[in-house]
Design a protein. Structure first.
Length: 268
């Protein structure tokens, strides 16, 4: 009586990252770029271990920092979008630095000392403390995501999490410059030099407290004119992913600025 052989797990494509993977004992193993010789060699090696019952197949493969960054970028662009204001875009500078300095390093070797080196590089380049701490958080977030995808061991992120942000007055990093609001008189003197539409947008923003992007995205269909105080509901806004509603109230002065553009839209 012949014994039934176990079905060999397939060589698969992880569409979100473009990497090859194989699922062994319920665990995902990323192999590198799909179709590459190296990924197929890694696949063959893992299958051989799996067929022989080696425990080693339960360990994540030794991916490089570059492979982690490539995978995270694909994830971030899909999850956050490719907007120039989004998480994927804002993470580009620190990801570029990681590629330049540690791209070929095996990801599990990127520990707290390496992360502190990144901090020092950012200080040497003249970045302020707030910017450095923000990028410190981004690096940790990238490696935390990689753990959630079983690309690296949880111990890698746990070690990086021990690196604290820079404290005020306790590093060579300069403090960020406080940006004060522009006073009304400066705005008043500047308005005559602006194009008419830009001038109206600036005044509308100051009257309503709306964000610049919300003024730029304003559409007639988003403005409810049924009551004495109009209501503008932006179709896109900063907190929509949290299911928050955004309503901007438009009083008489704001309505007067906006009315010519609403009339023009109706006439078209």
């Amino acid at each position: 009586m012949s014994s039934r052989r176990k079905k060999v797990p397939g060589y698969l494509l992880h569409k979100a990252t473009g990497q090859a993977l194989v699922v062994l004992n319920g665990k995902f193993h990323y192999l590198g770029k799909y179709g590459s010789d190296r990924s197929r060699q890694q696949y063959a090696s893992l299958i051989s271990d799996w067929q022989n019952g080696y425990a080693g197949v339960n360990r994540p493969p030794e991916l490089s920092v570059n492979q982690i960054l490539n995978a995270y970028r694909a994830h971030a662009e899909e999850y956050y979008g490719k907007s120039h204001k989004g998480q994927a875009y804002n993470s580009r500078p620190i990801m570029r630095l990681l590629r330049e300095e540690y791209g070929t390093l095996q990801a599990h070797k990127f520990g707290p000392r390496r992360l502190k080196e990144v901090i020092q590089l950012l200080i040497q380049r003249g970045n302020n403390r707030g910017y450095i701490n923000m990028n410190l958080h981004r690096v940790k977030k990238i490696f935390k995501w990689a753990v959630s995808e079983e690309m690296i061991s949880p111990a890698v992120y746990q070690a990086l999490a021990t690196v604290e942000g820079l404290k005020k007055g306790r590093s060579k990093a300069p403090e960020s410059r406080t940006i004060e609001p522009i006073d009304d008189e400066t705005v008043r003197q500047t308005l005559p030099f602006m194009a008419p539409m830009i001038r109206d947008m600036v005044q509308l923003q100051r009257l309503t407290g709306a964000r610049p992007g919300e003024i730029c995205l304003l559409r007639p269909v988003d403005v409810d004119q049924d009551n004495a105080i109009w209501e503008y509901r932006p179709h896109k806004h900063k907190t929509e992913h949290r299911h928050k509603h955004r309503v901007i109230m438009l009083g008489p002065r704001a309505q007067k600025l906006l009315q010519p553009y609403l009339d023009k839209s109706e006439s078209n």
